[in-house]
Design a protein around this ligand. Structure first.
Ligand code: ATP
Ligand code: MG
Length: 134
């Protein structure tokens, strides 16, 4: 997902370019936005943490770009491409190092496992949109 800070700053195109340059195929993509209810559900695993309410408010503050990306070792390679959660610690040349505004407003989200990638993809896309047959 390209988060609201990066979409608002006009960085979606540059970020998509980095994804494609790193070998990710775009399987599905849409510009949409999350209500606070849906943002809360998306980040439910962090419920109760001190940053949860702020995160939900931020994630529902404006449009986001949801994507399903395809690649060998996609989960791990995507996390390498985006860099550490906190842009201060992110490697040079990573998406977060280049585009994140802060620890919270960190430009992109990446799934942390193949299992969560499947759950999160179906949060945004139908089987038809993901070109899956069942
Ligand atoms: P994401 O799940 O968005 O890809 P991540 O897996 O790198 O990020 P998580 O620990 O899952 O990091 O945190 C989810 C998101 O919550 C972070 O990307 C960031 O936007 C926000 N966040 C995490 N920790 C903090 C914090 N201490 N203060 C403020 N926001 C935070
Ligand atoms: Mg995470």
């Amino acid at each position: 997902m390209i988060k609201p800070d990066a979409v608002a700053a006009g960085n979606s195109g540059s970020i998509l370019k980095m994804m494609e340059a790193a070998g990710f195929e775009i399987v599905a993509m849409k510009l949409t936005s999350l209500s606070s209810k849906l943002a809360g559900k998306f980040y439910e695993v962090h419920k109760g943490k001190p940053f949860y309410n702020g995160l939900v408010e931020f994630m529902s503050s404006g449009p986001i770009v949801a994507l399903v990306l395809k690649k060998e070792n996609a989960v791990l390679d995507f996390r390498t491409l985006i860099g550490s959660t906190n842009p201060t610690n992110a490697e040079e040349g990573t998406i977060r190092k280049i585009f994140a505004k802060s620890l919270e407003q960190n430009a992109v989200h990446g799934s942390d496992s193949a299992e969560n990638a499947a759950i999160e993809s179906s949060f945004f896309f139908s089987m038809l949109e993901m070109k899956l047959e069942n």
